[in-house]
Design a protein around this ligand. Structure first.
Ligand code: HEM
Length: 487
């Protein structure tokens, strides 16, 4: 049985896929069913939308699937992935024994007990973000959430401050280079543009050199200080090869550090920005969340996350005016701030985060290369084929989700017999996101802290289109009117 192809002729389909990837993939699923061949040049790409097949591929532990495009059938060879150009051989993009060793080494940073320790930092830094706001002003919350999540990962994983130059450099890199980073993702020949002195390539190279220099300075500082802390850099610097006893080369430490700084904040920032947008456009859900926060954290609160000392976070107001919600700078004094012990009871808050990631999955597509010929959805596919799993498509598939386009956090509090892999924002199997538990706790803590002291309403009626780059970002500013909630 042949696999259906995206209709409309290959060139037209390719143009459409590049113009509107989300709409195109959704249409292909609708027209062709659970499996369809995509119009990409080079190795064959198949869109697979059956949760059982997605589970089979992602959770396979043998030598059947690998990450990245390549002609190689060796699972230890990392194939091409656009992100390698910035992340090198870090955890996200490496393969084989290197990946296994590094995953074992880094995993303890993300153990449950460790995340519980981080919860206080999540809430404290979220309160600091709120402390920089004024009652009645319009905030661009995607920028605010990006600064917050970057500060969180910098503090928890690296023990460095938001004000550090490297944090500013990462922010600049992300702002200016994300489109270049995706170069070659679906048109392999575009990778050769890297060899031409285009302005985008020159900017990319200059920014990358700057970023590398900063990471190497950070490594040198940590090494000079004895590297005995419990943060990731100290852990990587202290690691010794079991056979040779050698330390990890600085280039590997650099790749892991940049991977975690990048993978650890961009995705969560998107999840939080979409969550606030959805709460703003669904006042009932926002009211229900606030009722849960009052019940779990107590009704006493400080208006607008009022603060009492130190320095408030700088911010990105999108206009508006100051009116009350005074800050005197610094860390908030508490006022019923959530902690790790509250997490199990913040069920609606978690439901909001999960529902936001269902509708706007930050990692909207995951792919695997087949190392051997096999049957997928009843069709035999050749070795070397790329299977493409789009959480955007599956998370909105009416086969699994009643009213798929509606924002309904309640669905996460109901029992359901939908297949496990009808929802896979963090991927699955051995290469599942290492920051899965970290990200969910962080998002719940941040949302609980902010929504406890502030209400959110959209400041514009313009719809916010999703922008599918490497992550699914809001395609425009997300301006929200923030109002301080009195005690
Ligand atoms: C809402 C937030 C997040 C989402 C949606 C997300 C999503 C994902 C997905 C889908 C993958 C698997 C990719 C694949 O199989 O090809 C992944 C891997 C990864 N993520 Fe996340 N992530 C999030 C937050 C984080 C955080 C907070 C960190 C670290 C602090 C992190 C670090 C990583 C790393 C290192 C990998 C590679 C793991 C490996 O291959 O062993 N992520 N993430």
């Amino acid at each position: 049985m042949t696999v259906p192809r995206a209709p409309g002729g290959r060139l037209n389909a390719l143009r459409e896929m590049r113009r509107d990837p989300l709409g195109f993939l959704t249409q292909v699923r609708r027209d062709c069913g659970m499996i369809a061949q995509l119009p990409t040049p080079g190795p064959r790409h198949y869109l697979v939308s059956d949760p059982a097949e997605i589970q089979r591929a992602l959770t396979a532990t043998g030598r059947e699937f690998a990450k990245g495009q390549s002609r190689s059938k060796d699972p230890d060879q990392p194939g091409f992935q656009p992100l390698q150009r910035i992340l090198g051989q870090g955890l996200l993009t490496s393969a084989g024994p290197l990946w296994r060793r590094q995953r074992r080494l880094i995993q303890p940073m993300f153990h449950h007990a460790r995340i519980a320790e981080y919860c206080d930092v999540f809430a404290r830094l979220a309160a600091r973000t709120g402390a920089g706001w004024r009652d009645g002003e319009v905030r661009e919350v995607h920028t605010d959430m990006t600064e917050l999540t970057l500060a969180i990962v910098a503090r928890t994983v690296f023990d460095i401050d938001l004000d550090a130059a490297i944090v500013a450099q990462i922010r600049q890199w992300l702002g200016e280079n994300m489109a270049t980073a995706r170069r070659g993702a679906d048109l392999p020949w575009m990778r050769f543009l890297d060899l031409l002195p285009l302005p985008s390539t020159r900017r990319w190279n200059a920014d990358r050199r700057k970023l590398d220099g900063m990471v190497h300075d950070l490594i040198a500082d940590r090494r000079a200080a004895g590297g005995s802390g419990s943060d990731l850099l100290s852990l990587l610097l202290a690691a010794r090869d079991a056979e040779t006893g050698e330390a990890m080369p600085d280039s590997q430490v650099r790749d892991e550090a940049v991977t975690l700084l990048l993978a650890g904040h961009e995705t969560t920032a998107n999840a939080l920005a979409w969550s606030l947008h959805l709460l703003g456009t669904h006042p009932d859900a926002q009211a229900r969340l606030r009722a849960e926060l009052d019940e779990v954290l107590g009704a006493d609160r400080e208006p607008g996350g009022q603060t009492t000392g130190g320095h408030a976070a700088g911010g990105h107001a999108a206009g508006g005016h100051a009116a009350g919600g005074e800050t005197t700078g610094g860390e908030t004094t508490g006022g019923g701030r959530p902690g790790a012990a509250d997490l199990p009871r913040l069920r609606y808050a978690l439901a909001v985060v999960r529902e936001a990631m269902r509708l706007y999955p930050p990692a909207w597509v995951v792919a695997r290369r087949m190392l051997a010929s096999r049957e997928v959805c009843g069709r035999r596919l050749p070795a070397g084929s790329m299977l493409v799993f789009s959480s955007w498509v599956v998370h909105r598939d009416p086969t699994w989700w009643p009213e798929p386009e509606s924002f309904r956090p309640e669905r996460w509090l109901e029992t359901s017999d939908r297949p496990r892999y009808a929802y896979f924002p963090f991927g699955g199997g051995p290469r599942q996101c290492i920051g899965n538990g970290f990200a969910e706790s962080e998002a719940v803590m941040a949302l609980a802290t902010l929504c406890r002291s502030w209400s959110f309403a959209p400041a514009s009626t313009d719809p916010i289109p999703p922008r599918p780059l490497i992550t699914l970002r809001p395609g425009s500013a997300v301006p929200m009117l923030v109002r301080s909630i009195g005690p």
